[in-house]
Design a protein around this ligand. Sequence first.
Ligand code: ADP
Ligand code: MG
Length: 729
Amino acid sequence: MSSLRFKVVEEAFDHKAMPVNIPAERPEAYFAKAVFNRKKMFEYLPKDTYDELIAAIEDKRPISRSLADSVAEGMKRWAIDNGARHYTHWFHPLTDGTAEKHDAFIEHDGKGGVVEEFSGKLLVQQEPDASSFPNGGIRNTFEARGYSAWDISSPAFILDGTLCIPTIFISYTGESLDYKTPLLRALNSVDQAATKVARFFDPEVKHVRSYLGWEQEYFLVDEALYAARPDLVLTGRTLMGHESAKNQQLEDHYFGAIPSRVEAFMLDLEIEAHKLGIPAKTRHNEVAPNQFELAPIFEETNLANDHNLLLMSLMSEVARRHNFRVLLHEKPFAGINGSGKHNNWSLGTDRGTLLFAPGKNAKENLQFITFIVNVMAAVHTHNALLKASIMSATNCHRLGANEAPPAIISIFTGKAVANLLDMLENATAADLADISKKEGVSLGLAQIPELLIDNTDRNRTSPFAFTGNRFEFRAVGSSANCACAMLALNAAVADQLNQFHVAVTARLEAGEQLEEAILAELRPLVKQSKAIHFDGNGYSEEWKEEAARRGLDCETSAPKIFDAYLSTASVDMFARTGVFSKLELEARNEVKWEMYTKKVQIEARVLGDLAINHIIPVATRYRSMLVDNVVKLKELFPGTKGAQIVAHDLETIEKIGAHLEIIKAETDRMIDARKEANRIDSEREKAIAYHDNVVPPMEVIRRHIDKLELMVDNEMWPLPKYRELLFIR
Ligand code: ADP
Ligand code: MG
């Protein structure tokens, strides 16, 4: 009897909502309390140090050692005043999550005691033992040790008594070994490129910033139930489990009342987030049972991404106080919605203009359409790369499933922009001349604001949607580091804007009017990138066929999707924008393929163990109970009567036998496929072998286990079922 399952279900139901800890203070009193932001810098740093540091941050300049020493001293005093005993360089290696190694501030004082010290040297640079972080072979050479260096654009913060200093992580030969370095490079390149183009419209623009507002979706599972599911513990998703009779079909969860246990968790999480300066704002139930979302107010992309990574660790920590486990996996449960992390993205000038927002007159709207069209062109040119940027062993379960965008990148614009693009494409020379004279009336440039005000047609099926003043990249996975998607997108757009700037400048030098020159360059872009524009139903089968006809990338195998990083178009674009060298791209793909293989490998092992050690024994035991029953009944009722009575049991015995046979055979096939794949040297080929040969038997095994779940005595079934996992009381 599986008393364990019943026990944990009981325990889960017994978990009451924790009291909601509503602080007496309002958020403004504790917001960013744990962050060494400008206010704290001003308080703790000498005036010249403060001025110099702020200037360096704004101009993106490195800081001198003496400045670092002075900053370190102030930062240490602030940290100690706030209870910190340790410090760490906090960085984003090419794994899931962040890395940190803590050191105490203490040093010998020479008199048998200690003093707490922290120098500029320790603030600015460290050499974490880098050998155990993924590097794709870059660190195999002896001079290529790794070091971490302070990213002055992201403020230090205190987490659990440790001063955390956001850092980049690179090799001594300069190759990036993390996500932050290339993200900063991409943000730099989009700043430069977009500034040049924005100056066509406003010569005073000095900088363009990239903004990111992520929406973090997640599942919560009761801790007791979680602990009884080895698949959740080891892989973050359920590798088996029959659909619950009720799941999301009544559409009663989305925006529904938040269960009080969850609400207590959310409030606790928000308060912790606010203390760390994360502007958490929105919370709601998502579509699937036990699925929720948290979204902050958008911020500059690098900071927003730090905040997302921080929030993901915070979530896991706070959840445990409430006897929950957070599942950030993109597809923890089959048959119901998975989790994404929509990346709302925009560009804005230091003069306060959002470049994807329509303006008040034709000139501002020409700027608007210039940026929209360039984004479309960049996304079109690099659609395969952008798909690669969101792809992973976990997100591949979500994309192409019924609730999520397919594994094809397209852009939804909505009617207003679509009409404008049509007009632009079909404009005559007279129309183009009109822009400078009559406020662009015939092109519709004057009318956009009114048109956009009621642009509420939201297309949830699009992986990349224009939503009024920003684009929403929806294909990003819930567990992903947003940097992957954001660096590819910002770099691609930077490259496109650079080309556009060169082309328009050439026309200006040839004596053309600004507006005419811009329109003349926009028109061919609109034509060329038409294929990326799709406002229809992205979930439909017809779209897959249509997209293939349009020449969009339709590859569905994750390991092959990663190839897009190494296409000539990607390598050249990343080189021109200074984001990645070819060596870095190659190394990163090695890591991507290796990660893919390892994740599937772990899942296959867990599934094999569960099949052999949990499911087969239980189903066999149940079958022998039935066999016993049949034998006894036949003794009791000999002849045809007995045969009639046992007919049903016999049928079940046979069915169970058939499922068991398939599960055993497929488990063997899966193990053999793994062994064979493991012999392959090339990481790419190995990942492909895992995708092609290991994943298919896993799916068959699961299907048959799920069938058994419906047949075997409920009391004997060892693993908590979906109906138990998915409904928080
Ligand atoms: P949705 O209706 O798409 O679910 P949410 O309110 O959940 O919207 O999240 C929208 C996110 O987009 C928030 O993080 C919000 O701050 C962000 N956002 C709003 N405007 C911009 C912008 N111009 N650039 C980037 N992000 C933005
Ligand atoms: Mg939302």
